[in-house]
Design a protein around this ligand. Structure first.
Ligand code: AMP
Length: 282
């Protein structure tokens, strides 16, 4: 694996490759890598792509400074895991490389409804920051394929919209959420959980499964209330428990029993905010 720290060097290197014979996949991350990230690299490699991974903790997508300052960093282990997975290139830029003129920007992405709900509602400005950094990274790397995790369900939809806005020909490959044997979704933020909190955190997946099991055509409000209660009585501060149309993310109060749904949860365990989701097929 070759490591690049500057935009200039990675651009020169990638520019020299024969793009006709070896198409490129890109896996953007914020590091503190785990099995979820590595599954994206594995999928890209199994699909025979020359694979570029980036590690950059993007300050502009954090609406909470404490979350940013406490974001885990495990770079030596990250490099080890990427080497082992067969990743071809690691891009590890500084904030100055990504934002040479500073992070402030006047660009506003029109994300419409997507920015008014769920993560968009509870983390104001978050998706603007995501689009800012992903656009910059895509312009540097210029991949053919982008591998993303379903763990960040709404983010996948936002990035799909960004690709439309940018008018570039980049395909998305959305890969399944990787979980611990217990069901807990792998997440960089799990490092910040104590052993007790890690056990408590299993409630999120249990609650998603409860929603999936109990979801019946008709009114969904009682089910959402039970699910929320299940989390708040077990020590969580809940941002949202929602059931939405799996294609549009339109929040649902009633279900026709036919359209695919996704259940989504965001909740705090003390200082750590966790998100997860589960697609509900009929
Ligand atoms: P992050 O480093 O959290 O910004 O995530 C980088 C990429 O890894 C995003 O596309 C995430 O959706 C994906 N990812 C994070 N956690 C998981 C997981 N448990 N399973 C699959 N993909 C994941």
């Amino acid at each position: 694996m070759i490591l690049f720290k500057t935009v200039k060097d990675i651009k020169i290197f990638l520019g020299k490759r024969d793009k006709g014979t070896s198409k490129m996949a890109f896996v953007p991350t914020m590091g503190a890598l785990h099995g979820g990230h590595i599954s994206l690299i594995n999928n890209a490699k199994n699909d025979n792509f020359f694979t570029v991974c980036s590690i950059f903790v993007n300050p502009t997508q954090f609406n909470n400074q404490l979350d940013f300052s406490k974001y885990p960093a495990t770079i030596e282990n990250d490099i080890y895991l990427l080497e082992k997975s067969g990743c071809d290139v690691l891009f590890l830029p500084s904030a100055e490389e990504i934002y040479p003129n500073g992070p402030a920007t006047s660009v506003k992405y029109d994300l419409g409804y997507l920015e008014t709900i769920l993560e968009g509602k509870y983390r104001p400005g978050h998706f603007q920051g995501v689009c800012q950094v992903v656009q910059r990274l895509l312009e540097i790397v210029q991949p053919k394929m982008l591998y993303l995790g379903q763990k960040d369900y709404q983010q996948c939809m936002v990035i799909s919209k960004l690709i439309d806005i940018m008018g570039v020909d980049i395909q998305l490959n959305i890969c399944p959420t990787q979980r611990e044997i217990t069901g807990l979704a792998m997440s960089s933020r799990n490092i910040r959980l104590t052993d007790t909190e890690r056990t408590q955190a299993l409630r999120i997946y249990e609650t998603l499964e409860l929603i999936k099991r109990e979801c019946k055509p008709g009114n969904l409000l009682a089910l959402k209330a039970i699910a929320t209660e299940n989390l708040s009585t077990n020590g969580f501060v809940v941002d949202y428990v929602e059931i939405a149309d799996a294609k549009t993310l339109e929040l649902k109060e009633n279900w026709d029993g036919a359209s695919p749904l996704v259940a989504l949860i965001a909740a705090y365990l003390n200082e750590v905010r966790l998100i997860d989701n589960l697609v509900i097929t009929n």
